[in-house]
Design a protein around this ligand. Structure first.
Ligand SMILES: O=C(O)COP(=O)(O)O
Ligand SMILES: [Mg+2]
Length: 236
């Protein structure tokens, strides 16, 4: 099949952002006298937007120690979180292997590209900019760009309308069941990568149409080209 639009999730799919999200959470909590939390405990709440991650970590902390409720009021904590994450977003983020190469090859192959993330638009743009990926996309939709966010299929439909694509000739690629549900409900191919933050059982239970072992594999599949062509395209 010839694809006209490919849509990519950001965190855990194109870019590893777990370390900097955890660092921003911990710098925020430190201001409220809370000891550092493990990265793993924070990472499991990535997927519904950065603000949501912080709120879920707060909920865990309050469940464990309810008498922290007065000190950890969201209206006090959220502005500090915005300040810390606003500074750190994109600083330690690492694109997964072959990311820029894959995007460039797809572009050269005539595929229009979107980044569809639940991360707030301004933070997503900052991550993309600092990773050198800002100009790789024809369209970026953040978690606060519309009244809906993933898994609501209105998000992917909006992307397809913006890029003039049809769901039958589009795929959305993600690391979580949120992404698979979004793609399927919008009638597009639901593709997964296994290295993100919702890997293993939850991702596979959502039954993606295809799972890719590397990002360049996606360009190979879509364009019907080999790895040498993709490497050459990256320098063209
Ligand atoms: O910021 C998040 O929590 C998740 O963003 P994603 O949709 O790019 O995975
Ligand atoms: Mg993700």
């Amino acid at each position: 099949m010839r694809y006209s639009v490919l849509s990519f999730d950001l965190d855990g799919t194109l870019v590893d952002t777990a370390a900097e999200i955890a660092e921003a959470v911990n710098r925020t909590l430190a201001e409220f006298g809370v000891p550092r939390q493990d990265e793993e405990r924070i990472t499991r709440h990535i997927g519904h937007g950065a603000r949501h991650t912080l709120l879920r970590v707060l909920a865990d902390l309050l469940l464990a120690e309810p008498d922290r409720a007065e000190r950890l009021r969201p209206d006090a904590v959220l502005p500090r979180w915005e300040a810390h994450y606003g500074t750190l977003a994109g600083r330690q983020a690492k694109p997964y292997p072959g990311c820029a190469e894959m995007l460039r090859a797809l572009r050269l192959g005539g595929v229009r590209l979107a980044c569809l993330t639940n991360k707030e638009h301004r933070h997503a743009q900052q991550v993309l900019r600092r990773c050198g990926l800002a100009s790789a996309f024809d369209f970026v939709l953040g978690g606060d760009s519309l009244p809906q966010r993933k898994p609501d299929p209105a998000t992917l439909r909006h992307v397809l309308a913006a890029l003039g694509g049809q769901p039958q000739r589009a795929a959305h690629v993600g690391d979580s069941r949120i992404d698979i549900e979004t793609a399927r409900a919008a009638g597009a191919q639901a593709w997964a990568v296994p290295w993100g933050y919702d890997g293993g059982a939850p991702l596979l239970e959502a039954r993606p149409d295809q799972v890719f072992d590397s990002l360049p594999d996606i360009a190979e599949h879509v364009l019907g080209v080999n790895r040498a062509w993709i490497a050459a395209a990256a320098t063209a």
